[in-house]
Design a protein around this ligand. Structure first.
Ligand SMILES: Nc1nc2c(ncn2[C@@H]2O[C@H](COP(=O)(O)OP(=O)(O)OP(=O)(O)O)[C@@H](O)[C@H]2O)c(=O)[nH]1
Ligand SMILES: [Mg+2]
Length: 505
């Protein structure tokens, strides 16, 4: 320890001679805030600022990195003492040197944070089980991002859920979910590259993933000369309120998505739509890069692309997206974190509403809805498989819970049934001019859709879940579906039950 504390104090004196941190932080803050209006903050491309609660493990993290990447002794045991002001080390990673600063208090770090490229925000995951502590951490992050929104607008934000080696640590997934449930914080983070990583500064687990993310994200940001990522312009979206969630269908047995034997007229329909798994994986990687770095612009080849390290944050929770963003994502066949019953109703509603204003034929829209759904659901499944495989290799069982969301599987019969019911509800509860036309409002108005077992009125279980119905629409075997079309739809008039069947065949 004495060796390290000596090291720290010598570093401190070296740095403090270069960067005078005044005692009166407030006056400095005023000064910096004033300067903001006139200056564009640009700093060393590779500076990383580590902040967070006292005792959360910032110093341990810095020196674990130091021993691993500088000294080359990753298992070196060392003690740390409370940081007086700050510590700094230069860490070499993938041919790039990163100057890493860690600060004792957030207040003394602020003058250095402004305009910084990478902010690493540390949390003690054990203490996150205390709601007040968790809330305080979120408040601090929010305060920083809102107070210095302009100066930090380009900053990559990394949240580190440290001390994951402790049995009572709150998982990174749960902490991330809490952060995303906080509408203000979510809005403040929107537009930043933001990720949360599980980590243990004592065992060193998670260190590589964090460094790799810093490296690839920063590298690409430089390549793209700070061109904003494509999602930056998206407006902050409000989450749907928690409400009773009906279940669409339990996952079909393994292989249910495989083509059934026999000559269904729909059999060839998706031949050109659903690519093989490898192509889908490539596409997902490409999309994740685009989401992360704006556009690859040909500057980064696919062979250089890496799967996201913690893929779930790359994939948006559909509940966090506005209707517009949700649809844009769907149209691009991009992978969501999960796609549940409510998401299906929502996309059905959005597509049907759009139909009212477009010249597109209903059958074309339905076809697009189905083909996109099939690709998206398969992509989610592949991500799930990859994550499970990765977690079993790392023997980190926690990672598998990242995908523990309700997710439907592809079934043409079930999808078209729900599309039909949404269409029916749209007719029964039309959106009047001037009314809020969000899915959220529509759903509130349609109690019919709250019952995930609604299909039982029309179908036997066997028919609704028949394997044959996965890739072709099976008509109800109990009673006809309600008419879901205005009488002006002459071609469809009176066809009630068979309408969707006609559309897809
Ligand atoms: N179990 C466990 N203990 C950790 C971990 N990281 C840090 N610690 C312990 O937590 C205590 C505080 O660690 P520090 O690295 O000093 O934390 P800090 O954020 O730098 O604290 P300040 O300097 O007071 O701001 C020490 O006893 C560390 O050994 C971790 O990942 N797991
Ligand atoms: Mg410290």
């Amino acid at each position: 320890m004495s060796r390290l504390s000596g090291l720290f104090s010598s570093l401190w004196s070296l740095r403090s001679s270069q960067e005078q941190i005044p005692e009166d932080v407030n006056s400095l803050l005023l000064h910096v805030t004033f300067d903001l209006s006139n200056s564009k903050f640009v700093e060393n491309d590779t500076t990383v600022r580590i902040i967070g609660a006292r005792g959360s493990g910032k110093t341990s993290f810095l020196y674990k990195l130091y021993f691993k990447y500088v000294v080359g002794t990753p298992d070196e045991a060392f003690d740390v003492m409370k940081t007086e002001n700050h510590n700094v080390e230069t860490i070499e990673y993938s041919g790039q040197s990163y100057e890493m600063w860690e600060y004792a208090e957030m207040a003394n770090s602020i003058p250095h944070l402004l305009g910084t490229n990478i902010i690493v925000f540390f949390l003690d995951s054990v203490k996150q089980s205390n709601v007040n502590v968790a809330e305080k951490a979120r408040e601090n992050m929010l305060w920083l991002l809102t107070q210095y929104a302009e100066a930090l607008s380009e900053s990559i934000i990394i949240t580190v859920a440290n001390k994951q080696d402790q049995p009572d640590a709150v998982s990174a997934q749960d902490i991330g979910d809490q952060w995303m449930k906080d509408a203000k914080l979510r809005a403040a983070l929107q537009g930043h590259h933001w990720r949360i990583f599980p980590c243990s500064s004592t065992t060193g687990s998670g260190l590589d993933a964090i460094l790799q993310y810093i490296h690839t994200t920063r590298e690409s940001q430089i390549l793209l000369q700070f061109s904003p990522p494509s999602h930056r312009s998206l407006p902050p979206s409000s989450p749907l309120p928690q409400r009773e969630r009906a279940s669409f269908s339990s996952r079909l047995p393994q292989g249910a998505t495989a083509r059934p034997a026999g000559q269904s007229p729909l059999k060839e329909r998706f031949e050109d739509v659903l690519e093989d798994d490898e192509t889908l994986r490539k596409k997902m990687r490409h999309q994740s890069l685009q989401a992360d770095f704006g556009s690859t612009n040909g500057k980064k080849s696919l062979s250089q692309a890496r799967m996201p390290i913690t893929p779930w944050e790359e994939m948006p929770n559909p509940y966090h997206l506005s209707d517009n963003d949700f649809k844009a994502w769907y149209d691009q066949q991009r992978v969501y974190l999960f796609f549940d019953y409510q998401s299906l109703l929502r996309i059905s509603y959005i597509y049907l509403r759009e139909l009212e204003y477009s010249h597109e034929r209903r059958s074309e829209v339905t076809r697009r809805l189905l083909s996109n759904l099939r690709v998206i659901l398969r992509s989610i499944e592949l991500c799930e498989q990859d994550a499970k495989q990765a977690s079993s290799q790392e023997s980190d069982q926690r990672a598998t819970t990242e995908f523990a969301h309700e997710c439907i599987t592809y079934s043409e019969t079930q999808t078209l049934f729900w599309l039909h019911m949404v269409s029916y509800c749209l007719m029964k509860h039309p959106v009047l001019e001037g009314e809020d036309c969000s899915f959220e409002q529509f759903f509130v108005r349609c109690p019919e859709l709250w019952d995930g077992e609604l299909w039982r009125n029309y179908y036997s279980y066997k028919q609704f879940h028949a394997e044959r119905g996965t890739l072709e629409f099976l008509a109800p075997d109990k009673k006809p579906l309600p008419n879901a079309f205005k009488s002006s739809s002459l071609a469809l008039k009176g066809s009630g039950l068979k309408i969707d069947y006609q559309i897809v065949s």
